[in-house]
Design a protein around this ligand. Structure first.
Ligand SMILES: C[S@@+](CC[C@H](N)C(=O)[O-])C[C@H]1O[C@@H](n2cnc3c(N)ncnc32)[C@H](O)[C@@H]1O
Length: 580
């Protein structure tokens, strides 16, 4: 019982200077312990293409770039969604800071399913099917410690201008050597007894760490004499570990509980997943905090048709043909009078659904300046163009007592509800939806025979591509039918399944081997292919993927609408447009 009462995960001020908020555990964790609940991931597709830009930082304001993951890190074939896909993983995928040396957690990859909503349902494509990206401890973590992930070295190398010289893993041995080399320990011991010398030493230390020759090892050095002493006694690592911890009192007092809500299939028909109270939440109490990422110009989420330039053969966007909007829109808040969108990345808050009649929660601006800088409510939208960090925060608060297990809902606003009602009336299921089998289902079935091209010319549906994945199994020895030099054992697209043969081994169930025509790139050129025939391919080497722009979220007419910032908290300074 105590277990459900006690908050195990907090959002609080990071222990990394100037890094904003951080995530802390209030219980001891052991390697492989799962932390909190699985995160959803929202695919973001071809942002540069749809914005006619080459880089978000220069051509359009896209703060989410700093918070998104590579599609492959989110998993379940997300790379196949579009040409260039990234994953917005709210919650543990966006909140913990990175510390290359103290990293103590890792996230798994997403699963995909649409919570019982099918292609014939009006809710399809309106929410993400990617969910349950779990977080695990990779080492013992003591209660009170900040949780750190590894964003990868590249993240820091490409952000040197903004972030300065953040120490990398290899910076620490150099910094440690530096401490040893100067025999600072002996030095300090000798100076210990004289107060004056201590001051001198302190000044000297500051001179060393602030010396204007900046390097990454230098920034790995302890920042003041006191911590330098600790580092000499116990090593830099132990010292940093000690510095990255907050007391449980501090967390309870200044932190905000992150694990009050957990995901589950919504009780609302067609809504997908929802958020449920993980413990009793009294009226007026915090349900969950949600830091907000700002998108100053909502139009950057528009998606356009592509056209091919007949002369250069290059693809470009056709401005005149709006084909839809990024799915992210459904996870952001906006207002009819403003181009500004605010996208929460709270833990599990993305799952909170709409109830227009009797919601049990609502959003308010966070009252704590650590989580919300209220001066931004007085700034015009164009001010946000130069703001490259989140400064605003919502609190989801309980409007009445909420029992453990109850679904959390807020009122998304009248505009949202009108749009949803209109969507239900106009919704037409896509052609062939009854026969549609998602690739996840096809991939899960390893025993049923796959149809050959002669049996089914459409290769399952027009939505799906097959790939032969050499990484899945060692079938390299079977590639003797072609020129060894030209063929590579990367994954290849299957042009067609030519033949299927049934095999049987004593005491084993029947299994099938396939003859495939593969499309093999020539000289790594994505435009030029050759056809190769590969025989005796086992089922394990064949995977199904959505064709680009054909997954659930691209279903024609899929619902798109932002949630509404309630009128009573919408700042008039943000009025810059009027959407009818
Ligand atoms: C912020 S998300 C909420 C989480 C979402 N249900 C999921 O599974 O990820 C907003 C989307 O959830 C769905 N949704 C929320 N409330 C709903 C409701 N009352 N009825 C139908 N769909 C709802 C809509 O697809 C909406 O665009």
């Amino acid at each position: 019982d105590d277990d459900t009462k006690k908050c195990k995960l907090y959002l609080a001020k990071s222990t990394i200077p100037n890094a904003g908020l951080g995530v802390f555990t209030s219980i001891n964790l052991f390697p492989n312990d799962s932390i909190g609940y699985g995160d959803p991931a929202i695919p973001i597709v071809d942002m540069d293409f749809h914005n006619d830009g080459s880089s978000s930082a220069e051509d359009y304001h896209w703060l989410l770039d700093d918070y998104n993951w590579k599609a492959s890190a989110a998993g379940y074939f997300m790379e196949a969604e579009a040409e260039k896909t990234s994953a917005h993983v709210s919650g543990m995928g966006a909140m913990p800071n990175c510390h290359m040396r103290l990293k103590n957690i890792v996230e798994s990859v997403n699963e995909y399913d649409t919570a019982g909503v099918t292609r014939g349902d009006p809710g399809i494509g309106a929410f993400t099917g990617y969910h349950n990206r779990k977080t695990f401890a990779i080492k013992p973590i003591e209660a009170g410690q900040e949780l750190f992930v590894d964003y990868g070295k590249q993240w820091f190398l490409t952000r040197e201008n903004d972030m300065g010289l953040v120490p990398l893993v290899e910076s620490y041995p150099i910094a440690t050597k530096f401490l040893d080399h100067f025999r600072l320990k002996d030095f300090l011991e000798r100076l210990m007894f004289s107060r004056e010398s201590e001051e001198l030493m302190s000044d000297l230390w500051e001179l060393i760490v602030r010396f204007p020759y900046k390097s990454r090892p230098q920034s790995a050095l302890p920042k003041n004499l006191n911590t330098a002493k600790k580092a000499i006694e116990r090593g830099i690592y132990q010292t940093e570990l000690w510095q990255s911890t907050r007391s449980l009192d501090e967390l309870e007092r200044d932190g905000k509980c992150l694990d009050n809500i957990r995901p589950g299939n919504s009780t609302i028909s067609g809504a997908g997943r929802g958020a449920f109270a993980a413990r009793f939440l009294p009226k007026g109490s915090l349900v969950a905090p949600a830091p907000l990422l700002h998108v100053p110009d909502r139009d950057i989420l528009n998606m356009y048709a592509d056209k091919i330039d007949p002369f250069t053969q290059e693809e470009y966007r056709d401005f005149s043909k709006l084909t839809g909007r990024q799915l992210l829109l459904n996870y952001c808040f906006g207002h009819r009078s403003s181009s500004l969108l605010l996208c929460p990345y709270g833990f599990q808050t993305a799952f909170i659904n709409h109830n227009g009649i009797s919601p049990n929660a609502k959003v308010i601006w966070s009252t704590d300046s650590m989580y919300h800088n209220s001066s931004f409510l007085e700034q015009p939208v164009k001010h946000f163009d130069n703001v490259w960090r989140p400064f605003l925060g919502f609190d989801y608060v309980a409007l009445r007592d909420i029992q453990e297990g109850e679904e959390i809902t807020i009122n998304y606003g009248a505009h949202w509800e009108q749009a949803w009602t209109a969507h239900l009336q106009s919704w037409v299921p896509p052609i062939g939806y009854e026969k549609f089998v998602p690739p996840q289902v096809l991939n899960a079935d390893r025993t049923s025979p796959l149809r050959t091209f002669d049996e089914d010319e459409t290769m399952y549906t027009d939505h799906i591509d097959l790939y032969c994945e050499f990484s899945n199994i060692s079938i390299k020895k079977q590639k003797s039918e072609w020129d060894q030099d030209e063929f590579n054992t990367n994954d290849h697209k299957v042009y067609r399944i030519l033949e299927r043969t049934k095999n049987h081994e004593e005491g084993e169930p029947d299994y099938y081997l396939y003859t495939l025509d593969l499309l093999v790139e020539i000289d790594g050129n994505a435009e030029k292919f050759m056809l190769y025939t590969l025989t005796n391919v086992p089922r394990e080497a064949i995977s199904f993927y959505y064709k680009r722009y054909h997954s659930d979220m691209f279903v024609s007419g899929a619902f798109r609408h932002e949630m509404m910032i309630p009128d009573d908290i919408f700042p008039s300074a943000w009025k810059n447009i009027y959407l009818s």
